[in-house]
Design a protein around this ligand. Structure first.
Ligand code: IPM
Ligand code: MN
Length: 360
């Protein structure tokens, strides 16, 4: 198979973790006889520094002509503490999502046995947790009209959803539920918000087509508790943009390592894949960050954009074997000496060896 991959490494640890995912992809090319080409584009603070624009047109073009996008991270502390900064790295991310029509952000939350004790929750609560969140990504309060009035003394952010926007992401969530444990939870705030009442209406209508899927609706405050108290309750969650942002961060920490989790953002055309951790500026350039979130994002890319299930499984298998062999970065084991690039090398080595065991 021949495919074009756009590579947007971005800020902070983005470049070093993405480099490890590239090693895994190159190992896959070699073992399975595929040919991927990689074209880089600037995004985030590095793009602002180089061009003044956090998502330059040249990067948009690279993304548009690619078959899939591998993305690192965005954000730089030099912009965080300046509320008056008019250009921010995050604008690049939002602009990219919107202009590429990436309406669904998909975050699988699953746990590894070996990390059960790293979770802030008791191991017995965390064991076997396996759910997936579908977050609407280009609507709601993030993209509604915003501004100031009354001489700047009053600020507003409008939250708007159309039926169409709810239908398209909810349909993906229903399809996913159908192929899993057949349970879909809509997370909303329908006791307060009109947009949430629209979400309920749409999801209820859609459920007629998916009679094999059990649907429940849960207020977001309740869902926030339930993710801590009984995370095994969930199979597939669908929710709007802002609630999804918050509960996916919450859900990610119960797995024991933020550094392990991949995500996909998909729309009508090119999908984008990124680790869910941010740019982690304190670790940038130190070769200590956990690259598995990025490596597993490459696996999602192969499976979801290219339909390469076996290849995706080979990457996941390699990551899991490294974990089991104690080949981990220090976020997982404090005394571990493995660096970011060594993990990438080991994962690639394991993919190439195609063997079932690997020595540390
Ligand atoms: C995320 C991030 C972004 C978001 C920020 C950086 C704009 O937190 O991808 O979850 O809020 O969507
Ligand atoms: Mn977030």
């Amino acid at each position: 198979m021949e495919k074009k991959i756009a590579v947007l490494k971005g800020d902070g640890i983005g470049p070093e973790v993405t480099d490890q995912a590239l090693k895994a992809l190159k190992a896959i090319e070699q073992v399975y006889g595929h040919k991927f080409s990689y074209t880089e584009g600037l995004i985030g603070a590095v793009a602002i520094d180089a061009t003044g624009n956090p998502f330059p047109d040249a990067t948009f073009e690279v993304c548009q002509s690619a078959d899939a996008i591998l993305f690192g991270a965005i954000g730089d502390p030099k912009y965080d503490n300046d509320p008056k900064a008019t250009v921010r790295p995050e604008q690049g991310l939002l602009k990219m999502r919107k202009s590429l029509g990436l309406f669904a952000n998909i975050r699988p939350i699953n746990t590894y046995k070996i990390l059960a004790n790293a979770s802030p929750l008791r191991a017995d609560l965390v064991e076997g947790v396996d759910f997936i969140v579908f977050r609407e990504l280009i609507g709601g309060i993030y993209f509604g009209e915003k501004g100031r009035r009354d001489n700047g003394n009053v600020a507003f952010d409008n939250c708007t959803y159309s039926k169409e926007e709810v239908i398209r992401v909810s349909t993906l969530a229903f399809e996913a539920a159908r192929n899993r444990r057949k349970k879909l939870t809509l997370v909303d705030k329908a006791n307060v918000l009109e947009t949430s009442r629209l979400w309920r209406e749409v999801v209820k209508d859609l459920s007629a087509k998916y009679s094999d899927v059990e649907v429940d609706c849960m207020f977001v405050d309740n869902a926030a508790m339930k993710i801590i108290q009984n995370p095994r309750y969930f199979d597939v969650i669908v929710t709007e943009n802002m609630f999804g942002d918050i509960i996916t961060d919450e859900a990610s920490v119960i797995t024991g390592s933020l550094g392990m989790l991949p995500s996909a953002s998909i729309g009508s055309k090119t999908g984008l894949y990124e680790p869910i951790h941010g740019s982690y500026p304190e670790a940038a350039g130190k070769n200590i960050a956990n690259p598995n979130g990025s490596i597993l994002s490459a696996a999602m890319l192969l499976e979801m954009s290219f339909g390469l299930r076996e290849e995706a499984a080979a990457i996941r298998n390699a990551v899991e074997n490294c974990l089991n062999a104690g080949i981990v970065t220090m976020d997982i084991k404090k005394e571990s000496k493995y660096t970011t690039s060594q993990i990438g090398d080991k994962v690639a080595e394991f993919i190439k060896a195609k063997s079932k065991t690997l020595q540390a």
